[in-house]
Structures are given as C-alpha cells and as structure tokens.
Design a protein around this ligand. Structure first.
Ligand SMILES: [Zn+2]
Length: 464
C-alpha cells in the first residue's frame, strides 16, 4: 500500500471517552508505520446516532477514492468501524474485489478481508443476512449482522430477562419487574436499594441468582427492553420484538446509569433528609453526625470543611417520622394536585433535555475528532470541552428536577397507598419523594429542659 486510506468512526458507545477516535487513528498510524505503509488521508465519520447519521459522508468519500484508485488500501482499527450492517459489508467486498485494494485492521478481526478466509467468512455473514431479510427492513439486517458478528450474542443463548427464549414474547411477570425498577430508578432511587428490595421479595433473576447492581444496570441500560437493537453497546436501530419500556425511558436510564460522573455505587443513605435540613440559627445545611451513644442525628457542623455554627442538633428518627407524616398529608391536598397537574408534559420536556445532552455529546465527539486530527492542541481541546460539559451538567440538573412528578406518580391524592409502603421504601426512595415536595426544613433551637421531640422546632418550606 502506497497511499492508504485510514478510516475511523466515532460512535455513541464512546460516551465520555473521546480518546476513542484518537486511539483508533493513533493505532492505525502506528500499525502503518510498523508495516511501511503510507497513510495518504484520514477519513473520520461521526456516527453518534444510527438514526440520524445514516449517510456517513466520509466513508462514502473514501469508497469513491478507492474506486478511483486514488487510494490503494484501507486501514481501520476494527472491521466494525467500517461496516455497520451486511449491506455495507457486501458493497465493500464488491469494491475491494473490483479494485484489488487491500484492507487491514489493526486488531486483526475475525473477517480480515485481505485473506480469502476472511472474505469467505464475511460473505457467509452477508449471505445469511440477505437470505433472511429480503422482505425485512434494512434495520433488521443490522440486527442479524449484530448476531453474526458478535457470534455468542444470539437470542438463543441465555434468555434475556423479561423475554421468552426466542425473544419474541414478553414474560409479563418479569416485564412488570423491569417497569417497576425503571420507574424507581428514574424517580431517584439507587440501583442498590432496588436490588435489596427485589432480593427481599425473593424476586428471581433470569439465572435464579440474587440481584446485583451490575445485573440490574445491564438490563435497564440495554436498548433491548425498549425494542432497540444494540450493537457493541450502541443503540443502532429499532428492533421488531415487543418493548417493555419506551426508548425515551431507555435514553434517560442510560444517561442516569452509564454516565460515569453520575454513577453511584454507594450504599443507600441512612439519612433520607440529607441536604434538606437547615440550621435555624445560621442557615447552614445540617450534616449527619451520630450522637455519642450512636443515635442518628442531624448536626450543624462547624470547623474545617463545614459552614455551620455547631449549636444545632436534632435526632433523626422523630424528625423523619414527622416529615413522613407531613408528606403523606400533603399528598392529599388539592393544592398539590393542582400544582402537579400544571406541570407541562414531563416526557416532552425530558425528551428535549435528552436531546440537548445528546447534542452536547456530539459536540464533544466532534471536538475530539478535531484534536485527533491534530488541528488543535491538547490544552485547547481540554479548554474547549469545558463549556460543552457545563451544558451537559446543566441539562442533567434540570432533568433531575423532572423526576419530581415521577417520584410522586401514583401517590398523589392516594396517600394511603404510600403510607402502607413508606417504611419499606428505603431511604433513597423516601428521599426522592420528600425532595419532590419539600424545598427544605428549618430547625429551630430546642426549648431548654425539654427532652421530648418538639414539632414546633420544625419549619417546612413546601415546594410549589
Ligand atoms: Zn448553625
């Protein structure tokens, strides 16, 4: 190869890891150098969403260049960077056979088109897909490709939770668990607290083992449960099997559970009112600090790292009980029901925010491309990322406010249902519900000599 094309593709699974394309390019260049191949041009496509970015202009341009013999070979990091479905693979094989251009992948790959074995294998994959999909949409072919390509990832292996073995039918009981878990996570509960609850209720997983956060995260972030084809961690197309949740819910779950910055493996809070309790003397947020005898308490801490005065403390248990009662009462007030009804359609708003987040991520990827191609320095890259990351943070923050109605869903005007469940909900879920209703609590000083819990000390600022 004297004038090879280097092709790299960024895809959605590179979330938060912009080195993706840089690494593809770097490794391809290194490979070329080792093998005495001249890289004539680098072609990079931004393929964040298979729904939106179908055309891959740089890939097309590269194919034209190969066809015109301007390029005599193609280097890619892996074959999956070149082809997203059997049609593209077939077209590419035709092109390669016609031009005699060489194809090399840095990571080897099972179907290296430069070997006859690789070509045979690739054709089997393509033929399989063609035979199967005469009357099906191209999107379904990409699912076939996914199965063929990933090999072990056929529906025939371990049954997917929520689905029959052939993935054609729903298992209603399991579907209900998926729905419940999705709803609870979107309402602000942690993976861990949902797992603890499922295990306590003896709900079995697909293998009959106990629920772990890893298993639950994998299920909830998989596009498969909203009937979307996932290829190497990236949602590429709609599937043709029944959905348990909506694609919009999947998008929100993925944002919540896959973004490393937002990932929480922490144990559930033992202090459900953390961050909501303020000192009536100095206004600082009170922190959790057990008394000498171990009784849980909120305390206005002073000293390094704390903004408080050190003069206010209140025992957690009676306070939490008081707040629970207040919240349950509040749920039945007409005021609240009106306020919640006035909120604009939550799903629309969440979708809009999700789009903002997606767009910002595309910008990040684009920026990475520019850096990857050497147009800007590392320092410039890092500086330019900041405002985009701020946009993502902002949108994510607004999105978390939207969980307010989700947290309260089913309970407004029906406090009895919640009262029955309250103690079993766990601190994370309790907190989500309390925070949906209460802006903050202000604690006043205790009357000297009174050791019993005094509700008059507590001021509640309700949210609108
Ligand atoms: Zn204070």
């Amino acid at each position: 190869m004297k004038a090879a094309a280097l092709y790299a593709r960024i895809s959605a699974d590179r979330r938060g890891n912009e080195a993706g394309v840089t690494r593809q390019i770097d490794e391809c260049r290194a490979w070329a150098e080792r093998n005495g191949v001249t890289v004539a041009e680098v072609y990079v496509d931004n393929d964040i969403s298979a729904y939106r970015g179908k055309s891959r202009p740089e890939y097309r341009r590269m194919c034209e260049d190969v066809k015109a013999s301007i390029r005599d070979g193609v280097i890619a990091w892996h074959l999956d960077r070149l082809h997203r479905n059997p049609i593209e693979l077939e077209e590419f094989i035709v092109l390669i056979e016609a031009t005699g251009a060489e194809v090399r992948t840095v990571t080897g790959g099972d179907y290296d088109l430069s070997t006859s074995d690789g070509r045979a294998m690739a054709r089997v994959v393509g033929a399989f897909a063609r035979k199967e999909s005469e009357d099906k949409s191209r999107r379904i072919k990409s699912e076939q490709h996914q199965r063929a390509h990933a090999g072990k990832r056929s529906w025939g292996g371990t049954r997917a939770y929520g689905y029959s073995a052939d993935h054609r039918k729903l298992v209603p009981k399991e579907g209900a668990i998926i729905k419940e878990a999705a709803k609870r996570i979107l309402a602000g509960e942690t993976l861990r607290s949902v797992c603890v609850d499922l295990n306590a209720r003896h709900v079995p997983t697909v293998t009959g083992k106990e629920w772990t956060t890893t298993v639950l995260r994998r299920i909830l972030t998989s596009g498969a449960i909203s009937a979307q084809v996932v290829y190497q961690g990236e949602i590429v197309a709609p599937g043709d099997w029944p959905a348990v949740i909506t694609p919009s819910e999947t998008a929100r779950l993925r944002t919540k559970l896959l973004d490393p910055a937002r990932r929480t493996n922490r144990a559930p809070r033992r202090y459900p009112l953390m961050g909501l309790v303020r000192c009536g003397i100095c206004g600082a947020k009170m922190v959790s600090r057990p008394r000498g005898d171990g009784a849980r308490r909120y305390f206005c801490a002073k000293g390094p790292g704390f903004a408080g005065c050190g003069h206010m403390a209140i025992l957690s248990e009676p306070l939490e009980q008081f707040v629970a009662d207040a919240v349950l009462h509040r749920l039945d007030t007409p005021d609240l029901q009106r306020a919640l009804l006035q909120q604009v359609s939550q799903d629309d708003e969440a979708d809009a925010l999700q789009r903002q987040i997606d767009d910002a991520r595309v910008d990040l990827e684009n920026l990475a491309t520019v850096h990857g191609e050497g147009h800007i320095t590392l320092a410039e890259w890092l500086a330019a990322r900041k405002p985009i990351e701020a946009r993502i943070d902002n949108a994510a923050r607004y999105m978390s406010r939207l969980t307010r109605t989700t947290a309260l869903e089913g309970f407004v005007g029906n406090s009895e249902a919640l009262r029955g469940q309250w103690t079993s909900l766990g601190p994370a879920r309790q907190r989500a519900i309390v925070a949906a209703l209460i802006d903050h609590l202000t604690i006043a000083s205790a009357v000297k000599g009174r050791n019993i819990f005094d509700p008059n000390r507590i001021g509640v600022l309700w949210r609108a």
